[in-house]
Design a protein around this ligand. Structure first.
Ligand SMILES: Cc1cc2nc3c(=O)[nH]c(=O)nc-3n(C[C@H](O)[C@H](O)[C@H](O)COP(=O)(O)OP(=O)(O)OC[C@H]3O[C@@H](n4cnc5c(N)ncnc54)[C@H](O)[C@@H]3O)c2cc1C
Length: 362
């Protein structure tokens, strides 16, 4: 097998590196952030994601860092229960924990941090010319682009693509507060405003940690674009301060130092998942809106399937074509489901279908 360069050490790049490592395929992983810069939100993982992860990590370590969710409980904003559903092996974990666990199996000489790579063009033979910031050149036979939803490599190749702002944005926060955590069982609680377009979700990560997030319709609710902790606190107090006491106590009792605002984008139309010797995985191939909760699982499946095809197929192009054929239909289903969940979220509560799950299934 030829040499593989992976660009971006998020969940997709790290899982790809894990699979290549396991199968003794030569690779190197490049990441622009610092090694210990692990900020980020949390992930809800369906059962399938856990199954793929158990191929490459010590799954007990994951279980120690997050928790299984027993039920999904859907409330209105004053705290009346609208519906309840049992969840089958749905897990929640912080992004930083998952990244840390996935990084463990990668030997230190196979991953370089603080390196940003850029695509300069293609050689006459069609090989991608990738440069580091210092203008030195990367030499690899296969380029796996795992550089996230706003992938520069993808935008350089598919110049006509259209990235659209999604009508929903999110504030996500992880807080350490034993007293608040003790008030929440291992359930997924989601509160919806009766006018639609505004929700608050709470998940317990451990006996001392809570992950909370709010989703808001960007045409109706506006956050000061300085995005400072004070601005985010003010936004939360203005819009959730008079909700059910559990919600208001969480937003009042939270520190906002690590709160993050996510502006969500999606591709109007998916691009091909490969071009010459470059192949895209995870969000760089297919940004999925958060409503699906399928971003991580899809990234894990991309890496698993691509690695197997790179081993099976003599020709890289055949591997890439089969990879795209296998992955695209499922991704299109998640995109469609995500858009349906988004449309429902924007409606007043009494017009939303009852008993929907906050996740996309195939
Ligand atoms: C608000 C929000 C909530 C979400 N909730 C969930 C959820 O509950 N469940 C779920 O499954 N998914 C969720 N997702 C989606 C999930 O975050 C992604 O699908 C998943 O993390 C896969 O990401 P990735 O590795 O492809 O990209 P990223 O995590 O974006 O990683 C890309 C990496 O590439 C690096 N990079 C970028 N450019 C370069 C370059 N030029 N050179 C070198 N390195 C570079 C970046 O620093 C980064 O580390 C959510 C997303 C958002 C925004």
């Amino acid at each position: 097998m030829n040499t593989v360069a992976i660009i971006g050490a998020g969940v997709s790049g790290l899982s790809m590196a894990n699979y290549l490592e396991k199968n003794n395929i030569d690779y190197h992983l490049y990441e622009r952030r610092k090694k210990d810069d692990l900020k980020g939100h949390g992930f809800i993982l369906p059962k399938e994601g856990i199954e793929y992860l158990s191929n490459i990590i010590d799954i007990n370590e994951l279980y120690e860092r997050g928790s299984f969710l027993k039920k999904y409980i859907h409330y209105n904003h004053i705290g009346e229960i609208l519906s309840e559903k049992d969840l089958e092996d749905v897990f929640v974990v912080s992004r930083s924990s998952l990244i840390e666990i996935l990084s463990k199996n990668i030997p230190s000489d196979k991953i370089t941090y603080e390196k940003t790579l850029n695509l300069q063009g293609f050689s006459p033979e069609g090989k991608a010319e990738i440069q580091f910031d210092d203008r030195s050149v990367l030499d690899a036979d296969v380029i796996v682009a795992s550089d996230g939803s706003r992938s520069r490599i993808r935008r350089n190749i598919f110049e006509d693509e259209i990235m659209k702002a999604v009508l929903e944005n999110e504030v996500v926060n992880i807080i350490e507060n034993e007293e608040l955590a003790s008030q929440i069982e291992s359930n997924f609680l989601k509160f919806h405003h009766e006018n639609g377009g505004l929700t608050f979700g709470v998940l317990k990560l451990s006996s001392t940690k809570i992950l909370w997030y709010c989703q808001f319709d960007i045409t109706r609710f506006f956050i000061n674009e300085d995005y400072t902790p004070d601005c985010i606190r003010q936004f939360m107090m203005d819009h959730f301060g008079n909700w059910n006491p559990l919600v208001s106590s969480i937003i009042e009792g939270s520190s906002y130092e690590n709160a993050h605002i996510w502006r969500v984008y999606e591709l109007e139309k998916l691009n091909p998942f490969h071009y010459n010797n470059v192949v895209f995985i995870g969000d760089s191939a297919h940004p999925l809106i958060p409503f699906t909760s399928q971003g991580v699982t899809s990234a894990l499946k991309d890496s698993y399937i691509l690695t197997n095809l790179l081993m099976e197929e003599e020709n890289i192009q055949d591997a890439f074509i089969k990879y795209e054929n296998e992955r695209k239909p499922e991704i299109e289903t998640h995109i469609k489901n995500g858009r349906t969940l988004l449309d429902q979220f924007l409606l007043p509560l009494d017009q939303q279908p009852k008993n929907t799950l906050p996740i996309s299934y195939k």
